[in-house]
Design a protein around this ligand. Structure first.
Ligand SMILES: Cc1ncc(COP(=O)(O)O)c(C=O)c1O
Length: 354
């Protein structure tokens, strides 16, 4: 839901443009070079979305008929329409993801079959996600990333990191983005989401992989002409939006602490590591759709994922907004409880009358 701030819109309006399909858009070229350097990779590609970056990374590194090991709670597995299976004939293998966002190395080991067995599709790629959205924006530990890379290298597997929120992870760990990116062959990073660009993502990695991804991007209809309008937003985002993520993280903790004080809610014991707060209503009888409608009336938007609710702090959300959101949630819980009591009260009366 982030919107580009006025200065980003001005940067978009002022961008020097050319035809990027011919490599002639100066703003795209500058952006891709900056992004590659920031992520410590030889090359980078501007793409339309995180979904497209992940798709290109998988198709460029996992040949047809081979297997990509993906986390069973990852965006790649759940919410990207299984693109590489449909378009690239890649077999996805979902592997259990722990609450930390990690996939145990032992489970990866189990997921790899003997290459010499002609009955099995051969594994070619491991995909990890950092920060892990569905695990509450958890940051993967560098030691874990290092162990996974060592495992992948032992088994001659390529590695892709879905780092849609990699900058959040870097800010949370207080390390350079390249330090995290170093543990994967390719990395995808969104310039939308927390960085507030209206559209776009980066895929960074080795030259030959990015060259393949560039061709695949064209094939998939993602070759954009005067794409400098997007890259200009990306350059602005890299300059002005990354350090700001610290504020989002602080406010997510503030929000979690506030929500803990509201009776009727359940939150994790640990505070959020980045910008995502997951919580639940204690009372399963309460209708979540009605709750979300009440919150929307109060100007508070949250996402429902099963029984869980996801709140994200972002550009344009101030400390006061967080406090107001907590009060709005408390009011909504109360109103919902009253409505539910009134309805069940009416139900009892009706039964009694019969
Ligand atoms: C971890 C992760 N990866 C990838 C994506 C997909 O990004 P996009 O919406 O830009 O396609 C998302 C979207 O929310 C995400 O959370």
């Amino acid at each position: 839901v982030t919107l580009p701030p006025p200065e980003m819109r001005e940067a978009i309006a002022r961008a020097d443009l050319g035809d990027d399909v011919y490599g002639e858009d100066p703003t795209v070229n500058t952006f891709e070079a900056r992004a590659a350097a920031l992520l410590g990779k030889p090359a980078a590609l501007l793409t339309t979305s995180g979904t497209m970056s992940n798709l290109l990374a998988i198709m460029a590194q996992c040949p047809r008929g081979m297997r990509a090991l993906v986390g069973d709670r990852s965006d790649v597995w759940r919410w990207e329409a299984q693109g590489a299976a449909v378009l690239g004939s890649v077999a996805y293998q979902p592997v259990r993801t722990h609450d930390s966002g990690e996939i145990a190395i032992a489970d990866l080991e189990d997921a790899i079959d003997d290459e010499s067995d002609a009955q099995c599709a051969v594994a070619a790629l491991i995909c990890l996600e950092n920060t892990h959205a569905l695990c509450g924006g958890r940051v993967l530990a560098l030691d874990y990333l290092s162990d996974t890379l060592a495992f992948a290298q032992r088994h001659r597997l390529a590695t892709h990191l879905d780092g849609a929120r990699l900058f959040n992870a870097a800010v949370a760990l207080d390390v350079a983005p390249a330090t995290i990116a170093a543990y994967a062959d390719t990395v995808a990073v969104c310039i939308s989401k927390g960085l507030a660009a209206p559209v776009g993502s980066i895929l960074a990695g080795p030259e030959p992989v990015i060259a393949r991804a560039r061709r695949l991007r064209k094939m998939l209809g993602g070759g954009m002409r005067q794409a400098g309008v997007i890259a200009a937003a990306g350059l602005y985002a890299l300059d002005h939006m990354v350090d700001r993520l610290r504020d989002d993280h602080r406010r997510a903790r503030q929000l979690a602490l506030g929500l803990r004080q509201v009776a009727g809610l359940r939150l994790d014991d640990s505070l959020p590591e980045t910008n995502i707060v997951y919580w639940r209503l204690d009372d399963h009888e309460l209708r979540l759709d009605a709750f979300l409608a009440l919150l929307r009336e109060e100007g508070v938007l949250v996402l429902q994922q099963g029984r869980h609710l996801r709140a994200v702090t972002h550009l344009g959300i101030s400390d006061a907004d967080v406090n107001n959101a907590v009060l709005a949630v408390a009011r909504a819980v109360n109103r919902l409880q009253q409505t539910t009591d009134a309805t069940s009260g009416a139900g009892r009366a009706e039964l009694h009358a019969r």
